[in-house]
Structure formats: structure tokens, C-alpha cells
Design a protein around this ligand. Structure first.
Ligand SMILES: Cc1cc2nc3c(=O)[nH]c(=O)nc-3n(C[C@H](O)[C@H](O)[C@H](O)COP(=O)(O)OP(=O)(O)OC[C@H]3O[C@@H](n4cnc5c(N)ncnc54)[C@H](O)[C@@H]3O)c2cc1C
Length: 607
């Protein structure tokens, strides 16, 4: 069995220093969310993640889901864990109080969701999809539909899905063909949807499918797509379950990873048509989906953070136990555990530094989402929203791309045992693989970043962020950080990174669209590397201040609660990031500026 110990201290540090926890809690509407409550929630969530979800993660992987005659049976322990999850109120934690949720800030729910994802990513997807559907219904459905569906979905008695993808319509939603024909107060839906996460299972009484489909007179392309709510079991006026709707899970996929979650082929309307109700206006389905896109993409980016942290924990544990080889220069001494080897230490530090940088970025975005939602001042809300819109494709694309490398390094630290399934290291690599694909591939995130987020304001939001980073560095210098060798080294690396990001931004804004698109993914990675590098530098400054203020010590180590070790480690982790990760910014800049010549250079036949 592989274990998971939620890194509560690191999470709280990121919530405070990067997510702006104190400011979020001070916002109107969060009066009841005190610092103690935050601590208590994180504590309880960590117990559920470590004691209930983590222990069934491996059997979810090995047993997977089983399909028989349209029904799906989940792996042993999943049904019971889901019941406990809902009974403890975890399912609806971020949802509106009005429908039975707890209305917790996004920053807090992000930290809690990280624990579900790290302990059992396949399991966590069920709640993630349900919350997405809840958000879409909350914002766009009629009051009647809200009352009919939301309380049971928030409670978790019913789960939700997003039915977007069709065999011919993946990244290109304009190609969606599923039909919706009006009939009385509802619609009859027919068509095939593929890859539907938790589209069928045995953990809940009902499954509420949100389906993108076309009305008979809809205009072609994305302007003719509407959103429908389509339950597995129709719901009677008194809320009880009625007849089975005309939709069925035709099969489930065999996949590289996340075996514990069913990925369903859904067939709607094999008979008279599945009954569904319109959510929002006709032909506005895509903009309804956009409402929930930022949360959904933040949450998949968070999967990158979570699965990487799990892989790091596992690799660290193995490195502390595996005995192999001697210390360089001390060949006569007994063999050592591999954590003594410089290269293993490098791999572990790379993993740790990148996990913390990703968490910093994800929590920064989550805190901005709370600011955009609830800050008392309209201008502050708007500028936070602009920054959220800019950052979300970076959080999604960069954190998930990193996760592939980090979980692969996790296997590498294990040597041959990493390649052997029984150690569990490979499950993290396999589970991570989907994160760069669903909820928009990295290529689609990068197109969004340069084609919409940069282009729509001539790069103003990015340039403002760059100006903030410069101002922050200047202020840090003034505060004396430049006299601290570690911090001044970080600042030098960061200034180089910011320069690369500035030059690449100017180039992308000026380049012809096809050439800019050739550099879009390297640009996204460059942006993630540098913005997270800036947050790491801020974290190092905060840790330095904490160390300086410790009563009677003013140095690292030697304290009973480990604060000195913790803050000292934060500084060194930020330094590692500056020395080992930030230098890649220069190479990424070069690729953005010059890469299109080879990318676009061959004819199709020459590939
Ligand atoms: C396990 C799993 C779970 C999923 N869950 C759901 C779900 O719950 N609901 C749902 O509706 N869907 C779901 N999906 C579908 C998922 O969102 C799509 O697979 C994804 O959007 C990519 O679409 P595609 O597979 O058709 O790939 P394609 O769109 O065919 O893309 C293939 C490649 O071409 C690239 N590409 C395509 N278009 C462009 C472009 N314009 N610019 C640059 N590059 C481009 C892509 O980046 C990719 O590398 C899931 C998929 C999987 C595998």
C-alpha cells in the first residue's frame, strides 16, 4: 500500500504567501471563515485523504471499473468511500449555501481538492465533474431546474457529468452533432458522446448529464450549440426518482491510467430520445460552459500539482530506504541509502521545487478568483478577473506538463523498481498522463493564451504582470534582500527570466498568427516558469522574514516545532528553482522567437 501525507504546512504557507489567505478571509461574505476554521478543515480533509482515499487508490488502479450490460461497478471500497465523503459534507464544500453547500472560498477548496486529487485522482474526478455541473446549473438554469437538481447534487446523492466530446468533435466543438428536438416543455436528445468521465457508475442514485447539442434550426459552428440537463432517471415533482431516461452507457474505455474512474461512451436516444431541459439560452451553450471553464481548468492544473506531490513523496520515501552504493570519496565505508547520492538529491530537489512552484501558481490563481468574486471594490474585482483569465491556461498547461516530467522522475528515483507495477510509482506517471489532454490539450491552452488572452488587450494584462514582478523585485532590493546572497542570486535569475518573458511577449504580439502559434506552447511554458519563479522568490523573502523574527534565534534549525527547518528549506527550494529551472527561460524564449522556421518548414509529405 502506498501512503500519502498531505503537506499541510506547505499548503498553508502557499495559501498565505501566494493565495493571500488573510485578505480572502477579510472579504465580505467570509465572516464565518476564521483562520481556526481553515486549520480545522484542512486537518479533517487530510485525515480523510490519508486514511480513506489513499488506501483504495491502488486497488482502483488494478481492479478498475467493470461494465456489464450498461451498468458499471466501481472498484472495491469506492462506493463506501464515496458514501463517507458525502456524509462528511466534503462533496458540496465549495457550492452555494443556498443549495446545501458550505460556500467556502476557492482558495480553501483548492487546498482541500489538492488532497483528494493526490490521494486518489480517479475518485476525485467524480466530485470535480459534479461541481462543474453544479456551477453551470447555478449560473444558467431556471429556478425550477436549480431546485430540482442542485440540492441532491451538492449533497452528492446524485453526481454530474459534462457530455461535450463526440468521435468527430474533440478540440473542435464546432463539429458537435448531437441533436435536441423540442417537445412540450422539454427536448428529445439523441447522439453519441465519448470519453465521459464518471458517465455511469454505482456510487450514486442518479447521474445528471449536462449535454451539448444542436437544435434543429441552430446556426452552424460554435454559435449553434445549446446546453441541456439530461438525468439518468427522470425526477418526479416531489423529488423522487421516476422512469429511466432514454440514455445508456454503451461501453467504458480501457486506459493508460485513472482506472478507478469510468470513462464512458454514452448513447442518448436509442428510442424516442432522451428527455432533457435547456440550460440558459438556446445557442448559448458554449458561453454557459465558459462560466465554469476557469474553475475546471484550475482544478485540472491542480491535478498536476497533486499527482506530482504524491510522486515526490513516494520517491523521497524510497530514496530514504533503498541502500545502494557508497559515498563518493568514502568507498571503504558501508553502503548508503540512495538519498546520499548527489544525482538522486538533484532529482528529489527538482521534484520538490517544481511541486512548490506549481502550488504557488495554482493557489495564487485561486486567491485571485476569490478576489474577483468577492472583493468589496469593483476595480479590484475586475483587475483580479483579468489576471485570472490570463493565468488559467498557464496553470492548466504548465502544471500538467510539469507533472509528466515529475512523475517520470519519480519512477527514475526508484530505478528498476519504478518500472515494476507493485511499487506504485508508475501509477502516478500513468494517472498524470491524461492531465495534459482533457479539459483542453496543452496546445489548446497555449492557443487560448496567445490567441485570446494576449491578443484581446494587446498584451496589457501580461505587461502589467511583468511590471508588478519588476516592482516587486525592486522593492525587495530596497528592503535589504539584495544583501542576502541567496536572495540576490534568486533575484538575478528572476530578472533574466522576466527579460526572456518580456521579449517573447513582444515577439508573439507582433508575429503573424501561424508563426506565433508555432511558439505558443513554449511561450506558455516560459510564462509558467517565470511567473512561478517570481512567486518562489516572494516565498523565499517571506521565509527569510519568518526566520529573522523567530524569538531569540534568528537562524535556521534547532527548534522544537521545526519552523526553522521549514523556513530554511523554503529558501533553499526557491534557490534550487532559480538555479535549475529558471535558466530554462532563456532557451524557451529562443524557441519562441526562432522555432517557427523549422516547425512550419516541412511539407506534410516530408514528416
Ligand atoms: C480519460 C478521458 C476523460 C475525458 N473526460 C471527458 C468528459 O468528461 N467530458 C467530455 O466531454 N470529454 C472528455 N474527454 C475528452 C477530452 O476532453 C478530449 O479528448 C480532448 O479535448 C482532446 O480531444 P480529442 O481527443 O478529440 O483530440 P484532438 O482534438 O483530435 O487532438 C489531437 C491532437 O491535435 C492537437 N490539436 C487539435 N486541434 C488543435 C488546434 N486547433 N491547435 C493546436 N493543436 C490542436 C491536440 O492538441 C492534440 O495534440 C476525456 C478524455 C479522456 C481521454
Amino acid at each position: 500500500m502506498t501512503t500519502y501525507a498531505p503537506p499541510l504546512r506547505e499548503m498553508l504557507f502557499a495559501m498565505k504567501e501566494h493565495g493571500g489567505l488573510d485578505a480572502v478571509l477579510a472579504q465580505p461574505g467570509n465572516e464565518e471563515v476564521t483562520g481556526e476554521l481553515v486549520g480545522a478543515i484542512l486537518d479533517e480533509a487530510s485525515k480523510f485523504a490519508a486514511n480513506v482515499l489513499a488506501p483504495i487508490n491502488a486497488q482502483g488502479d488494478t481492479q478498475g471499473c467493470r461494465w456489464h450490460d450498461g451498468a458499471v461497478t466501481t472498484a472495491d471500497g469506492f462506493k463506501k468511500a464515496y458514501a463517507g465523503f458525502c456524509e462528511s459534507g466534503w462533496n458540496g464544500m465549495p457550492a452555494a449555501v443556498e443549495f446545501g453547500g458550505q460556500g467556502m472560498p476557492t482558495l480553501l477548496s483548492t487546498a482541500v481538492l489538492e488532497m483528494w486529487k493526490a490521494s486518489n485522482m480517479a475518485f476525485s474526478l467524480c466530485q470535480m465533474l459534479t461541481l462543474g455541473a453544479v456551477e453551470a446549473i447555478t449560473h444558467h438554469a431556471s429556478d425550477e431546474l436549480k431546485q430540482r437538481y442542485l440540492p441532491a447534487m451538492v449533497e452528492g446523492r446524485w453526481t454530474g457529468t459534462m457530455n461535450i466530446t463526440e468521435p468527430q468533435a474533440g478540440s473542435d466543438l464546432a463539429a458537435i452533432r448531437t441533436k435536441a428536438v423540442p417537445e412540450a416543455d422539454h427536448y428529445r436528445i439523441s447522439g453519441t458522446k465519448i470519453f465521459i468521465t464518471w458517465g455511469e457508475h454505482d456510487m450514486a442514485q442518479n447521474i445528471i448529464h449536462l449535454v451539448l447539442a444542436r437544435l434543429p434550426d441552430a446556426p452552424p459552428g460554435v454559435k449553434g450549440i445549446s446546453l441541456f440537463v439530461c438525468p439518468k432517471f427522470l425526477v418526479n415533482a416531489d423529488g423522487s426518482l421516476g422512469e429511466r431516461n432514454d440514455l445508456v452507457c454503451a461501453s467504458i474505455e480501457h486506459k493508460i491510467g485513472i482506472h478507478g474512474s469510468a470513462t464512458a461512451v454514452m448513447s442518448f436516444g436509442e428510442g424516442a430520445g432522451a428527455i432533457g431541459w435547456l440550460v440558459g439560452e438556446a445557442n448559448q451553450g458554449l458561453s454557459c460552459m465558459f462560466t465554469m471553464m476557469n474553475h475546471a481548468r484550475l482544478n485540472v492544473g491542480l491535478e498536476g500539482v497533486a499527482i506530482s506531490d504524491r510522486a515526490y513523496q513516494k520517491a523521497r520515501q524510497f530514496a530514504l530506504e533503498r541502500v545502494q552504493g557508497k559515498t563518493l570519496g568514502r568507498e571503504g565505508e558501508p553502503s548508503l541509502t540512495i538519498i546520499g547520492h548527489p544525482d538522486v538529491r538533484r532529482m528529489l530537489m527538482d521534484m520538490k521545487a517544481r511541486v512548490e512552484a506549481m502550488r504557488a501558481l495554482a493557489y495564487y490563481a485561486a486567491g485571485l478568483m476569490d478576489r474577483a468574486h468577492g472583493h468589496a471594490d469593483t476595480t479590484a474585482r475586475q483587475s483580479a478577473q483579468t489576471l485570472v483569465d490570463l493565468l488559467i491556461p498557464i496553470v492548466k498547461g504548465w502544471c500538467t506538463d510539469n507533472a509528466l516530467g515529475i512523475t517520470s522522475d519519480g519512477v527514475q528515483v526508484h530505478g528498476g523498481m519504478g518500472f515494476i507495477e507493485e511499487t506504485g510509482a508508475s501509477q502516478h506517471l500513468r494517472d498524470a498522463r491524461i492531465t495534459t489532454i482533457y479539459e483542453g490539450t496543452t496546445g489548446i491552452q497555449a492557443n487560448d493564451l496567445i490567441g485570446r488572452k494576449l491578443a484581446r488587450d494587446g498584451g496589457r494584462a501580461m505587461k502589467q504582470l511583468i511590471a508588478t514582478m519588476h516592482a516587486d523585485l525592486d522593492a525587495a532590493g530596497d528592503s535589504g534582500a539584495s544583501r542576502d546572497a541567496l536572495q540576490s542570486g534568486i533575484a538575478t535569475a528572476l530578472r533574466g527570466g522576466i527579460k526572456s518573458l518580456t521579449e517573447a511577449t513582444d515577439w508573439v504580439l507582433a508575429a503573424p498568427a501561424r508563426e506565433a502559434a508555432a511558439g505558443a506552447v513554449p511561450y506558455l511554458k516560459l510564462a509558467g516558469t517565470v511567473i512561478a519563479g517570481w512567486l518562489m522568490a516572494r516565498g523565499a523573502r517571506a521565509a527569510t522574514a519568518q526566520l529573522a523574527h523567530r524569538p531569540g534565534e534568528g537562524g535556521e534549525g534547532g527548534d522544537s516545532n521545526g519552523d526553522g527547518d521549514f523556513f530554511g528549506a523554503q529558501r533553499i527550494t526557491a534557490q534550487h528553482y532559480a538555479l535549475h529551472v529558471l535558466p530554462h527561460a532563456g532557451a524557451l524564449r529562443d524557441t519562441v522567437l526562432h522555432g517557427a522556421s523549422t516547425t512550419l518548414g516541412l511539407t506534410d509529405a516530408q514528416f
